[in-house]
Design a binder for this molecule. Structure first.
Ligand SMILES: Cc1ncc(COP(=O)(O)O)c(C=O)c1O
Length: 470
């Protein structure tokens, strides 16, 4: 059976469970009318018609869920059959303000009525620069805009080459940075059939303490993974290391949070090799982890950030951030050398201005920290109560629940089981993101306690009810 058919079959069987699975629940879900309570007839027809034109290779979770959305409001989605679900997928961390946040939609609508197509100076760009000046970390005060995450990562690589005059990069097992050539070479896996990749890219194990490849414990390991990273550079580099590229929390691996001090230690390694530290904060930036930027949980200052996702509240805008001195390096700084067609279009700038403004005004960084802590506490005992759950982790509102076949050996739960859990959760009224064998949760940064609690209840009930691998 191909991967695609396996997914489709998995979805169908859960779809048949749909209405029945949501019946008879005593949870807050029932009170909120969440879940796949109505047959998804219109959704199925809608999806099938779209797929006559849309190419294959869409996001796996979308292919599984086949959710066709009619309306979205805050943390909630309503499909075209009238089923309501809580959206904790949040487009993998994009949905920072919640869907259709009124200030966001009003500002964007007004901007679209007056915006020229072009990267001119504009009121929107001025407002954005003012908002970013207040929000960006000290010393990281220059931004160049793009429209996709991988594009911003590529720009960060070009900037590192410009600053150092070198061209090698170190990245980490389990990391994800995009699908264009440079970012793909940084990304773990997903390369089969796509070679050759550019030379000069090395990788080392990330500080994934639940799955430490050295079988050590974080309290006593002395950052063996950082030592190993140093050795990887020594063994592989031709003396041309331009940068170490790292996610402060690894998203696609299941929101893996490294122990405190990890980024600082990597920063020291970068300095030893006269290279830059690039923090890929695409998912973690703009408040997601309960700090404005995730690296700020430590006393480390990366040289360059790649940002996007939550920065635009749903508008496709990304960026590279660095200090003025760093960004002045040529050729990156030469006319047209770091521009892109859509970079700094007024609608994109307005999206960043309003999103950053709302994050600051509504203190959403603090809300993310607080709600995230509560959710983590409420989910923590699943490692005892749900045989399938091996690890519960997270930082702010980037949470991960890792599913295992066996808690003692930590053997990952098979993909078919992970998919069944995903679909049972959807049936019960919570849409999550997947990353390997981990459920990834990205509620909006302004999620309230009641909504977060409802989602937690549904997740707990579903996972405990699921039992072990079957
Ligand atoms: C950390 C990180 N970097 C880069 C990317 C690539 O972004 P895009 O899919 O917009 O190219 C992603 C996307 O998930 C990401 O999580």
């Amino acid at each position: 059976m191909t991967e695609a058919t396996e997914r489709v079959d998995g979805r169908r069987s859960a779809g048949q469970r749909g209405a029945g699975a949501a019946e008879g629940s005593g949870t807050r879900r029932a009170a909120h009318g969440l879940g796949m309570l109505r047959p998804r007839t219109r959704s199925e027809a809608h999806w099938a018609e779209e797929q006559q034109v849309i190419g294959p290779g869409l996001q796996a979770v979308m292919l599984l869920a086949r959710l066709c959305v009619a309306e979205a409001d805050g943390a909630e989605l309503t499909d075209i059959d009238g089923n309501r679900v809580l959206d904790l997928q949040g487009a993998g961390g994009v949905n920072s303000l919640g869907h259709a946040e009124p200030r966001f939609t009003a500002a964007l609508a007004a901007e679209l009525r007056r915006a020229p197509a072009g990267a001119f100076g504009s009121a929107a760009r001025l407002d954005m620069t003012r908002a970013l000046r207040a929000f960006l970390p000290e010393g990281l005060d220059r931004v160049q805009l793009y429209s996709g995450g991988t594009e911003a990562v590529e720009a960060a690589l070009r900037l590192a080459k410009s600053v150092t005059g070198k061209h090698e990069f170190l990245s980490f097992w389990g990391g994800f940075h995009g699908k264009t050539m440079g970012s793909l070479a940084l990304t773990a896996g997903a390369r089969a059939g796509l070679g050759p990749l550019p030379p000069g890219y090395f990788s080392a194990p990330y500080a994934n303490c639940y799955r430490c490849p050295f079988r050590l414990r974080p309290e006593s390991c002395g950052f063996a993974c950082v030592e190993h990273a140093r050795d990887v550079i020594k063994e592989n580099s031709t003396g041309a290391l331009a940068a170490i590229v790292v996610e402060p929390v690894q998203g696609r691996s299941g929101n893996v949070v490294p122990p405190p001090g990890y980024l600082t230690a990597l920063g020291e390694v970068a300095r030893e090799f006269d290279a830059l530290l690039i923090a890929d904060e695409m998912m973690t930036g703009f408040g997601r982890t309960g700090a404005a930027f995730a690296h700020q949980h430590e006393a480390v200052r990366p040289d360059v950030l790649a940002v996007g996702k939550g920065m635009g509240g749903g508008f496709p805008v990304t960026g590279v951030v660095a200090g003025a001195g760093t960004m002045a390096a040529a050729p990156f700084s030469e006319p047209s050398a770091s521009s892109s067609s859509f970079g700094a279009f007024p609608a994109a700038c307005r999206a960043v201005a309003v999103t950053t403004g709302v994050i600051m005004t509504d203190k959403l960084v603090d809300n993310a920290a607080q709600r995230g802590r509560e959710m983590l506490d409420q989910l923590a005992d699943l490692t005892e109560l749900a045989p399938l759950v091996g690890d519960v982790r997270g930082l702010g509102l980037a949470l991960g629940i890792e599913l295992v076949a066996d808690r003692h050996t930590r053997e990952p739960a098979p993909r078919s089981v992970v998919q069944r859990v995903y679909l049972e959760l959807l049936d019960a009224g919570v849409l999550v993101m997947l990353g390997g064998n981990t459920l990834r949760l990205y509620p909006p940064l302004n999620v309230d306690r009641d909504t977060a609690g409802t989602a937690v209840d549904i997740i707990r009930e579903t996972l405990i009810g699921f039992g072990g691998v079957r």
